[in-house]
Write a protein of this length. Structure first.
Length: 82
């Protein structure tokens, strides 16, 4: 049964909206950053180049990496400083 607000031929909306769960960004991000640092060196690498390597906007990259909670920061440190 469809609601009166649902257009003909369409399914009613669900609360989950069919969104995919967010994937862990760190493995791909670290791989892209490694490629940029390898190619450009420490002095030449930038967030913009890493974002380009990932195919995303620099602001989106910053939003992805900025909110480091305790667990994420610990995983990051273990990856970088091993």
């Amino acid at each position: 049964m469809t609601s009166t607000n649902t257009p003909a031929g369409r399914s009613p909306r669900t609360t989950t909206r069919g969104l995919k769960p967010r994937e862990e960004p760190w493995p791909e991000l670290i791989a892209a950053a490694t490629r940029v640092f390898y190619d450009k060196g420490c002095e030449g690498a930038s967030l913009q180049q890493i974002a380009n390597e990932l195919g995303m906007l620099k602001g989106s990259l910053i939003t992805t990496i900025e909110p480091l909670d305790g667990d994420t920061a610990d995983r990051h440190d273990q990856t970088i400083y091993r």
